[in-house]
Design a binder for this molecule. Structure first.
Ligand code: GLC
Length: 790
């Protein structure tokens, strides 16, 4: 008995001495405010444990950084600087930072950060009990959950549109056989939008370490939390009161995409792999023979010599230039794959140079890290260093000289057999745990900067599998190795839309499913969805059946062809939608949560895959085994694109969905510019811009945009832009005079009205009436003010 008491006493001493706490990671809380100072434009608040800093970036963006050790302040994502001014008031209990749109109320003891609208409505508050705290190096922010709070965003994530009740990890990984629930995947976008009480806010946690987001999944629905394995609690809070404006703010902060090459918006044909130049050419020829529009062919890893990056296999691709010249003569553009792993092989140029210049990742003792990928043992370039990026970028001449125009960056999580690379591996100043999530982005950056330099005034097309916030500045992304089944096709729609929230507009999925064999019905259905996918690429894994349009029988080929033709008809509309992404960050493919945020039905898992494609079209994805579908039409009026049948919104309709006719609806008042079917974006077509307007009760306008589709001249004003307006109150449609110095490739305009009771009464160009005949009128496009009365 005595001995028992004695050991209890010793145990007590052990606990109270803190030894236990040291062994079992103690929680450190932020504590109370000890000092508040303003240093230039930053508010610095010190507690015993840490230091918090607050900056105002714009009236709707406030940054908070809470850290135990303030090191250098750098970001891979953010391209803006804080504003010079910061307005705050301090009382005994709190500090209040004010902007014209936001109020950040910081309670001093304990230190907590609570965001409100300028008129005092709570947007997002720290959990009053826990706020920000640490366990070891792990930093976490616990936040209060509102009863009706929903969450959208986080980029390439599986799961539902509304992320409430789910949790996610960001740790860029190669996940070949992922399913519609797998997490994490290839990309990290630690940005989400919260919706509650009719309010909206956004939060970007800019920390590249392995990070975690929990929207009430593990907290008995009482709190949400996010955190990372190390680094600072460093976030940007967005308080604009619409999802569109939050996206605009987030893409202001992290950058927007450049105008993509027009050819990259056409149909793209890929396979792992077309294994010889002869095969690449014969696939290309077949498209032209069958008159199926297409712009792009790909070469996957087998074009290389033993998978050595920046080489060509001399036997199977003996004369790359000759092959590409032939492709160009058929109006094709070629994209080739590059992986980061450089084969360990003395005598191989990139290996020798990288070793000589010490460009590869190393262990702390300087030894070069070796991981195995396709070529076998590889070293990995340290893309965090400017010199390495320049070297990598310059190596692309091996591909650009024969004429490659697109650069596909794969396996850049980075993937290596066995997955996780040892944590002590160093990339410049970063150890693996800090750089992993940003490595792919830095590779895409090196590729983009290098190829842009080589190609001069020509836009390169860059595609990457791994990414971090801000990647839209350099590259398109696709969602990695999906599978050939219906649930994956629908998941792809949600992923593309979620990536759109996080700034990535040029996004694709492997149409048909990478792994496994699609049924003909799935292939046809998925292809029809591809028409309305920002990047339209058909791709498949080694060992699966071939996916080209003519592999599915004559009848299916005809449907696939008709759908691809529809993509090409829509290109003037699609290109203008990309202009919108370039200017405002608004994605081309949009979850309904952007425009119908307060409509709870759109979050219903039955309708969550529906999306807007540009301003005017709403697409309802349907599984390949179903031929009717319940489609939710949000408030307003809608028309079925294929029939012009009119529907009242705010209800569910049973839509016919044969494989020949994916349910696509047009918003009343919509303005959609189209063109005739062309076989590739190199073709000029018949020179007629077909402007379609669907009648609606509300006025609407559309920014029509055109440029040469391939150079950077648009940045110097060489573009063609005009506003097309529809005004039912004035019974008029008008086209503003053209802006910019580019001459439209369409010398005629054909106007077609849909759902109008009356026909066109008059068309006046700069006040002068034209003679007209019926509902569809064609007139010269002389770039002056045009007014059409109906
Ligand atoms: C990876 C890519 C896939 C590619 C393959 C071979 O699995 O995700 O798209 O085809 O590698 O390069």
């Amino acid at each position: 008995m005595k001995g028992y008491r004695c050991s209890l006493f010793i145990l007590f001493l052990f606990y109270s001495s803190g030894l236990f706490a040291q062994k079992h990671m103690q929680t450190e809380i932020l504590g109370n405010t000890e000092s508040v100072t303003k240093q230039n434009n930053v508010l610095v608040i010190k507690t015993k444990e840490a230091e918090a800093r607050v900056w105002v970036y714009s009236p709707t963006i406030i940054r908070v950084n809470i850290s135990k050790v303030h090191g250098t302040d750098s970001s891979f994502a953010v391209i803006q600087k804080a504003s010079k001014s910061l307005d705050y008031k301090e009382t005994a209990k709190e500090i209040v930072v004010n902007t014209s749109a936001l109020k950040l109320r910081i309670s001093k003891s304990p230190l907590r950060f609570n965001f409100y609208t300028a008129d005092g409505k709570a947007l997002s508050n720290d959990d009053p009990r826990f706020g920000v705290n640490w366990q070891g190096t792990r930093v976490v922010n616990y936040r209060k959950l509102f009863a009706d709070e929903k969450f959208i965003g986080l980029g390439e994530k599986t799961g539902d549109l509304n992320r409430r009740g789910s949790s996610y990890v960001n740790w860029n990984s190669d996940v070949p056989d992922h399913n519609p629930k797998s997490d994490p995947l290839y990309e990290t976008f630690p940005f989400f939008v919260g919706l509650h009480s009719g309010l909206t806010y956004g939060l970007f946690f800019d920390n590249t370490h392995k990070s975690y987001f929990d929207f009430g999944a593990t907290t008995d629905d009482t709190m949400s939390w996010f955190g990372a394995d190390a680094g600072d609690m460093n976030y940007y809070f967005f308080g604009a009161q619409s999802v569109a404006q939050i996206i605009e703010d987030y893409t202001w902060l992290t950058g927007r995409m450049e105008m993509p090459p027009l050819w990259s918006l056409g149909y793209q044909q890929c396979r792992w792999s077309y294994t010889s130049a002869a095969e690449v050419l014969s696939v290309a020829e077949n498209f032209r023979k069958d008159k199926i529009p297409v712009d792009v062919m790909y070469c996957d890893i087998d074009y290389m010599d033993h998978y050595k990056i920046f080489t060509w296999n001399k036997e199977t691709f003996p004369d790359p230039k000759e092959m590409i010249d032939k492709l160009k003569a058929m109006n094709f553009h070629l994209v080739t794959i590059v992986d980061p792993g450089i084969k360990v092989e003395p005598g191989y140029k990139q290996y020798d140079e990288g070793v000589a210049k010490n460009y590869f990742a190393t262990y702390p003792n300087g030894e070069k890290f070796v991981g195995s990928v396709w070529p076998g043992r590889c070293h990995f370039p340290d893309f965090t260093r400017d010199a390495v990026r320049k070297w990598w970028g310059a190596s692309f001449t091996a591909l650009t000289q024969p004429g490659v125009e697109g650069f596909w960056n794969d396996m850049n999580e980075p993937a290596a057999w066995g997955q996780d690379i040892p944590w002590m591996v160093k990339f410049g100043n970063y150890y693996m745990p800090e750089i992993r999530n940003a490595y792919g982005m830095q590779m895409a950056r090196a590729t983009y900067e290098g190829t842009k330099k080589i190609l001069g005034n020509k836009r390169p097309f860059v595609l990457t599998r791994a990414a971090y916030s801000g990647t839209q500045r350099y590259s398109a992304v696709w969602t990695g190795d999906n599978s050939a089944y219906d649930a994956h096709m629908l998941l792809g729609c949600r992923m593309v839309n979620s990536l759109g929230i996080t700034g990535m507009s040029l996004v694709g999925v492997d149409i048909g499913g990478f792994t496994g064999d699609p049924t003909p019905a799935l292939m046809v259905r998925w292809n029809s969805l591809g028409v309305y996918t920002p990047m339209f690429r058909n791709h498949a894994s080694k060992g699966t059946i071939y996916r080209e349009p003519w592999r599915w029988g004559k009848e299916n080929e005809a449907i696939i062809k008709k759908d691809i033709e529809q993509r090409y008809r829509l290109l003037p509309y699609i290109y203008s939608s990309y202009y919108q992404s370039h200017k405002t960050g608004m994605p081309v493919s949009r979850t309904l949560a952007i425009n119908y945020t307060q409509d709870t039905t759109i979050f219903d898992t039955k309708y969550q895959n529906q999306f807007l494609f540009g301003d005017a079209l709403m697409v309802a994805p349907v599984e390949s085994t179903k031929f009717t579908e319940d489609v939710y039409l949000p408030k307003g009026e809608w028309y079925r694109l294929s029939t012009d049948k009119r529907y009242e919104g705010d209800k569910v309709v049973k839509a016919q969905a044969p494989l020949t006719d994916l349910p696509v609806f047009v918003k009343a008042g919509a303005i959609i510019p189209m063109q005739n079917v062309i076989q590739s974006t190199n073709e000029k077509g018949d020179g007629i811009l077909e402007i379609n307007v669907w009648y609606g009760k509300e006025a609407n306008n559309f920014i029509y945009y055109e440029d040469d589709g391939s150079s950077y001249d648009y940045q110097k004003g060489v573009y063609y832009k005009r506003q097309i307006s529809f005004d039912p109150a004035k019974n008029a449609i008008s086209l503003s005079p053209a802006e910019g110095s580019f001459l439209s490739k369409y010398n005629k305009i054909k106007l077609t009205l849909h759902g109008f009771k009356a026909g066109i009464r008059s068309v006046k160009v700069n006040g002068n009436a034209l003679s007209i005949t019926d509902d569809a009128v064609t007139f010269e496009n002389d770039n002056k003010l045009i007014r059409i009365d109906f």
